[in-house]
Design a protein around this ligand. Sequence first.
Ligand code: DMJ
Length: 697
Amino acid sequence: MYGSQNQRDFISFTVAEDEKYDNQKVRRRQSCWRAWKQLSRLQRAIFNIMLMLTAVCVVYLLMMPGPGPSELDIDLSRNNRIGGDALNLDDRMQALNVVDDINGQVEDMNQKEGPKRHKKGPPKLNRDRGALAVSLPVHVSGVEIPGRQQHVGDVLDKVPLRIFESREGAAAGALEDNRMGEDEEPVLHVPDDGAANRDEEVKGQQESDPHRDGDPDEESNNEPEERKDDSESQSSIYGPKNEKQEAVVAAFQHAWKAYRAHAWGHDELKPISKTYNEWFHLGLTIIDSLDTMYIMGLDKEFEEARNWVENEMNIKPNVDVNLFETTIRVLGGLLSAYHLSNDEVFLDKAKILGNSLLPAFNTKSKVPHADVNLKTGKAHAPRWGPDSSVSEVSTIQIEFRELSFITKNNIYKDAVDRVMSHLHGLKKVDGLVPIFINANTGQFRQRATLTLGARADSYYEYLLKQWLQTGKSEQIFKEDFEAAMTGVKNRLTRHSGPNNLVFVGELVNEAFSPKMDHLVCFLPGTLALGYHNGLDESYLELARSLAHTCYQMYAQMPTFLSPEIAHFNMLPGTKDDIQVKPADAHNLLRPETIESFFYLYRITKDQVYRDWGWQIFQAFERYTKIPEGGYSSISNVKNPDKPSFRDKMESFFLGETLKYFFLLFSDEPDLLPLDKYLFNTEAHPFPIRTINGAIKH
Ligand code: DMJ
């Protein structure tokens, strides 16, 4: 092909016309020497000094770490996200300066924090970061150039921390008086409105608790609890042991590979557009996946994620986050990763996060606001309304309590116990709670819906699990759970026609609605867990019936995938038990049904739950798997020809759904046994403890 052979680089120069060109080596040497001799002594001295200075500068510049390509790339992509045009050279230089500033701040902060203590690194993990080659996208002026091969270690070393604080941080600093310093920790000021007596109900049961109350400023004086190192003996229980588990691990790797290639360090993968979605700027998918990878025996992936947490995660972004979501996914994910691996990197981050979330509890009622800014500590109601969701204010307790147990500082536990104490004192309908509560007044919203679905679901789940967390020592939680389950049976449970499916509906303005969210499918698992821990036998019966209904929500759809919401038929003469409205026909890769199958299989050993689970796993594979990588939620479970991808892979698909599949197919009796472990609502396992916080095993 023309021009493709013997290609070389050329330089050109001009020779004066009257000068004969003679480029012999001897002549070149002679003419240089002559020119040197013609210089005065002063000129030669100046020349020598200049030469030496240049040499020193060159050596210095060579030793300085220059801005790596990924620094510029990331900053440019950020500009693109906030609507910037293609950057010119000045912009690029400015971008590099910003990165330098940020790196300087990070260094300052790190110096303040002092060196990290590692009690013990993660066991049996390949720490050879250079061995991992990954194809990471390169962003240049917002345009992604895929497929550049780099060593992960190289890339991670160059990516600066705290990228997105550079501009927003400055603005926040100007606005907020109560802005916290990097190493400053918040103190929880809870106004006393005379409700201290109600607090005593919970506190009275904790008299033997030796933990002192304290503020987190003193927290560093406390040595974290001593941990038993059983990781070596435990390591053989992790990893797949049969074909179905191998299929689940392969699904995880398929999801992870795409997340890693297109969304690394961001919250969620968008697998169709091969980019990412940012929600809290906390790398949600990485954190939610940590313990799943650990349990699946994916050591290399775990190690890479762990290094991201240590070196790149910004745990205090200047972002308003949802208290509940951040607690269950991030605080929960970090604490369970710490518990499994004994790696203090996770605990260090968890402590900072716990402190950053505490300002949400600074309300008169002690019921927290829904949202809080992790950097400024400013908390507020959700943008869309005045009230907090009841499920959200009551599904943070296990994580905050665990943080107190580990740090031996009760500030976290006290904050969430006050909420439970307050909720306990409020008037309910047969043990059932409305879905909204106002953080200022502390009162439920009048006539709000009663449901086991969205905005109330995990209130009930955490009643039982708080009772279990401290070895069944706090009876108040058990009593409230039993009262609520009586309410569920009396007021919300019905049968559909023609197949007599048991379902749990809602009370809207006191009228019954036969609507059941897929979210309600957590309930069979929770009821089974209650039965397993000595509660009424009828709980298991109801759990089995409801699990069958949840299975039917999948099996009766042409895709074998459940809709987000089902309506059950209660009229005679209708053919289908389940009706799905067009707006409710989406599937978000949710875990609840598989979670319940896991509990029911563990407790009853009935093979049917594994068979049902395997059918659903295959449906996920068939309709939600994206061949090039990742899984996507879909818009229409009723149309197998056109399920319509929603271009989103939720972090809970890796954190919960695939984890519960893996556990459902496990025959390993020692893999997170239910008598020793408690799963938070995001499927992060926590140890069961005694009232004093000691781990039971
Ligand atoms: C998860 O974040 C948690 O399970 C939560 O309790 C409910 N919603 C999602 C999964 O569906």
